[in-house]
Design a protein around this ligand. Sequence first.
Ligand SMILES: Cc1cc2nc3c(=O)[nH]c(=O)nc-3n(C[C@H](O)[C@H](O)[C@H](O)COP(=O)(O)OP(=O)(O)OC[C@H]3O[C@@H](n4cnc5c(N)ncnc54)[C@H](O)[C@@H]3O)c2cc1C
Length: 389
Amino acid sequence: MIPHVPAADPHQELRAGVRALCKNYSDPYWRELDARRAYPDAFVKALTEAGYLAALIPEEFGGSGLGVTEASIILEEINRSGGNSGACHAQMYTMGTLLRHGSDSQKREYLPKIAAGELRLQAFGVSEPTTGSDTTQLKTTAVRKGDKYVIRGQKIWISRAEYSDLLLLIVRTTPIAEVKKRSEGLSVLLVDMRQAVGNGLTIRPIRTMMNHATTELFFDDLEVPVDTLVGEEGKGFRYLIDGLNAERILIAAECVGDGRWFIERATKYAKDRVVFGRPIGQNQGVQFPIARTHVNVEAADLMRIRAAELFDRGEACGAEANMAKLLAADASWEAANVTVQTFGGFGFAEEYDVERKFRETKLYQVAPISTNMILTYIGEHVLGLPRSY
Ligand SMILES: Cc1cc2nc3c(=O)[nH]c(=O)nc-3n(C[C@H](O)[C@H](O)[C@H](O)COP(=O)(O)OP(=O)(O)OC[C@H]3O[C@@H](n4cnc5c(N)ncnc54)[C@H](O)[C@@H]3O)c2cc1C
């Protein structure tokens, strides 16, 4: 019988490149930033200069024109190394909206500068304090006044706003009472925050359980030129939905990276730590949870690869992208729990980084979309069950 020979990883070089870069930003770097709740400026700069953050930008605009598969590998490797892609992933998951729906002049103006690192597109403004997951009810409005939109309202959990020049913002341009469907009348604006802050936009940081640079935004009659509109007025919800599959796949890859990081740490510790005269990993009570979580992470990875391949071929991938996000987020969270358990008391000590990654990976149960909302999508759109809300 011919033995099964695994195909060579076509992304070996890409993985090796990201790994080499991440080696310069090891555990103490992230640990120290975490203690100060500081932004990883040096890491994001290095990643940008190496061209990785411009992976999805077409070559004609100075990027590398890669697919979501490759973009997801970059983020996976960052998390796999012990780092946190949360500091910079939005540039990738907002890119599709600009590429697919932005005008030629917007693309010419922004994309080469983003690719060169002269402009940062790291903020994505959807969530609001009073409406939460019920996005179509969002209350921030943009009212047209001559050649300007006047924006009023409030956003919450808008991450990296302090470290981004541009903000992709979802607003209501037609009152909900005047549209046939609640998903109509929303629009996407590309706001230049360098001019907006202090002129109607206020950014207030929110301190969270992990280092995530998230903020609250207050819009008090902020005026922006009408050409900040991306695509057609009123079609913003459609554009948002279009971008979500990429976002789900990218987050799934980060979770796979986290999961593998946890499993590696747990496995090593379980081999090295000797109690009752034997390595703790010799006990099946310790070994089996690690083995099980490994199975779950690898299974999630297969779904993520499948979703990414479908996405890059331009095929429908809503079900796969959502399943990948759910499986991977659950697997990384399980791996985080198992690793703390394996480390015993040391799992709680900052110097082992397990507690930091545990806090970081927990986020993906809730953001950018909560587990329940994915199950709702699967129930309604994949299985045809009655709509629940
Ligand atoms: C650190 C952090 C960073 C974030 N970054 C961004 C960002 O950059 N940009 C941005 O726009 N948003 C961001 N978010 C917001 C995030 O996307 C939301 O927190 C998330 O979508 C959930 O919305 P919510 O917090 O309002 O929860 P809610 O909508 O209030 O829901 C609370 C809980 O109830 C559940 N629930 C609600 N309705 C139902 C239902 N009908 N059926 C079953 N369960 C239900 C939800 O699943 C959830 O578990 C971030 C959040 C965090 C915490």
